[in-house]
Design a protein around this ligand. Structure first.
Ligand SMILES: Nc1nc2c(ncn2[C@@H]2O[C@H](COP(=O)(O)OP(=O)(O)OP(=O)(O)O)[C@@H](O)[C@H]2O)c(=O)[nH]1
Ligand SMILES: [Mg+2]
Length: 223
């Protein structure tokens, strides 16, 4: 496909992303784009984040894949409003227009944090701006430590990498040093936090990072 094809899509997406930003600002809502391959732990991280925030923020979720009904039910079961941003008929990658329409289907209130589960973005030819305030890449230990070099565009475009499933480190041959070096090659500025949804390690640091990002003070008991 010629570059004109992508230029048109990117330009139309840019306008929609601007509209999303205005919509979010007017409602005092913060939007996080959680990028990560299927199984990296996006839903589990959202569920655990909801637990450790202990009601301090209202969390809501947009599913960026049409095959997400099970995740919607999983999240709703623990009181997290969630809806799909795409239908089976929509091809290609998640775009700002779809996010804008889906945001209007969530019960947003001032201070809400919305997470997009975005499994397709790793393979997308461009980093689509969805109007988010922060792009976060979820990388799980089982994906190995070479992935930043395999998908450099995806890793270069994020503000934070959450290294999930660190409980699997002893069984995996994964090297944190190698992973960080590969990440630095493609994105010297990204922050990196390690956690495990299974054991809970690192969840409080992640929670406090989130609070600081939203301009709030951390919980008293954090250490
Ligand atoms: N051992 C271990 N397993 C985890 C951890 N986090 C998530 N899992 C498991 O990994 C599997 C996938 O997690 P999900 O949260 O469904 O992954 P996802 O990124 O939302 O996947 P999609 O919605 O398909 O894109 C589940 O079986 C989780 O229980 C972790 O920290 N450690
Ligand atoms: Mg999921």
């Amino acid at each position: 496909m010629g570059s004109g094809f992508w230029e048109k899509i990117i330009e139309s997406n840019r306008k929609q992303a601007m509209e999303n930003k205005l919509f979010l600002t007017s409602r005092k809502v913060t939007l996080f784009n959680l990028i990560g391959s299927s199984g990296a732990g996006k839903t589990e991280i959202i569920r655990r984040t909801h637990e450790v925030l202990q009601g301090r923020f209202c969390i809501q979720v947009l599913q960026g894949s049409a095959a997400a009904q099970l995740d919607i039910e999983r999240l709703q079961a623990v009181g997290i409003p969630s809806c799909a941003a795409r239908t089976e008929r929509q091809g290609g990658y998640l775009k700002a227009g779809e996010v804008g329409a889906a945001l209007r289907r969530l019960p947003l209130s001032p201070g809400s944090l919305v997470f997009i589960e975005n499994p397709g973005e790793l393979f997308s030819p461009v980093n689509f701006d969805l109007g988010e305030h922060c792009r976060i890449l979820i990388h799980s230990i089982s994906e190995g430590d070479l992935t930043p070099l395999k998908f450099p565009r995806a890793y270069a475009g994020v503000d934070l990498v959450l290294l999930n499933k660190v409980d699997l480190l002893p069984f995996s041959g994964f090297s944190r040093e190698r992973f960080t070096a590969h990440l630095r090659q493609v994105n010297p500025d990204a922050e990196e936090l390690a956690l495990s949804c299974r054991t809970g390690v690192g969840l409080k640091h992640w929670r406090d990072w989130l609070l600081r990002f939203c301009g709030e003070s951390p919980f008293e008991e954090s250490g």
